[in-house]
Write a protein that binds this ligand. Structure first.
Ligand code: 0X9
Ligand code: ZN
Length: 320
């Protein structure tokens, strides 16, 4: 059986999602939105109790995870959120009846699988790179570029792409790709989001680690126009999170708390898709285990994250 006591392989997670879809056909729909570089399906779970009248008319929440291969806690938490929303429908009814949920537990299945088979700390996707050699944006040739794989999917989005905190060297961890949306993974997600953008109220992308709730912008130090609202809802989320086990989160923008980066998903969701409440969440821990967070922390991390997500969802339903 599928448990939250260990981390799972990609196919086992997909099997469990199929099981949920079969068990709760009125609530769960599995949508394939594309294929990864290596041909794995990119799957989004839609959780909705829509009668035909309300079908695809409700406000919606997007949550993704597994952008970076090594951040294992994030797909685990996304699966936990899905399970909670579906299996506790009696208590989550208000959240599911009034909102449509789109949850993508693994945006980067190739990178995730690679961390299980070859390199536990792999971050990027598995884009093959340019076999004939690579050149940067000024046309300079990289002598070793052709041997390096992978694009950082959190630098590949088409909004102020490549302006800050990203590399044009294919061998770097933060390689932004040859152009914006060069990768099938980011392209599939962005197309899907654009199709639903008028309904999307929240865009949440789960990362690890450092316990931060990050607001746009990431590419610049200037404040987003909804800065106060973003901070207000973010504050609600981390307060609810903290109430469960006392886990502390910092709230703010990436340049103020971490470093500036361009081409990130949350900046694109706000800047191009117009989703007002767009956040990057860095889950547990603060570095003790880092990316190697023990599986015993899946359930507690899931519980506290679910509390934060519910607080946001309630605020959206109540139009706060
Ligand atoms: O560098 C990143 O992509 C994120 N950190 S991670 O360790 N998970 O790789 C930080 C993202 C920065 N912030 C925003 N996009 N807001
Ligand atoms: Zn990350």
């Amino acid at each position: 059986p599928f448990t939250f006591q260990s981390y799972h392989r990609f196919v086992d997670m997909m099997d469990y999602l199929r099981f949920l879809e079969e068990s709760y056909p009125h609530l769960v729909e599995l949508i394939t939105i594309g294929k990864s570089n290596q041909g794995r399906p990119l799957k989004v779970v839609k959780i909705s109790s829509g009668n035909t009248e309300g079908l695809d008319k409700k406000p919606a929440i997007w949550i993704d995870a597994g952008t970076h291969g090594r951040e294992w806690i994030t797909p685990a938490v996304a699966m936990f959120l899905i399970k909670q929303l579906v299996q506790n429908y009696r208590s989550t009814r208000r959240l599911v009846d009034n909102l449509d949920w789109y949850i993508m537990p693994i945006m980067n299945p190739d990178g995730y699988e690679y961390t299980h088979t070859k390199d536990r700390l792999w971050r990027k996707n598995m884009s093959p790179g340019n076999k004939k050699g690579a050149s940067d944006r000024r046309g300079r040739f990289f002598w070793d570029g052709s041997r390096c794989k992978g694009v950082d999917l959190n630098r590949n989005w088409g909004f102020h792409w490549g302006e800050a905190g990203a590399s044009d060297n294919p061998c770097r961890e933060t390689y932004a790709g040859p152009q914006p949306f060069s990768e099938p993974e980011t392209r599939a997600v962005s197309d899907f989001i654009l199709d639903k953008k008028s309904r999307l109220k929240v865009f949440l992308t789960l990362h690890a680690y450092s316990q931060m709730w990050l607001i746009p912008w990431s590419y610049t130090k200037s404040k987003a126009k909804d800065y106060d609202d973003l901070m207000f809802l973010g504050k609600r989320a981390i307060n609810a999170l903290q109430k469960i086990y006392g886990t502390e989160f910092h709230l703010g923008s990436s340049p103020s708390l971490l470093y500036p980066i361009a081409g990130s998903a949350d900046d694109w969701a706000k800047g191009k898709a117009g989703v007002k409440y767009s956040y990057t969440v860095e889950l547990r821990d603060k570095g003790k285990f880092g990316f190697l967070l023990p599986p015993s922390q899946i359930v507690p991390t899931g519980r506290e994250t679910f509390a934060a997500v519910k607080a946001m969802a309630r605020a959206i339903i109540d139009k706060v």
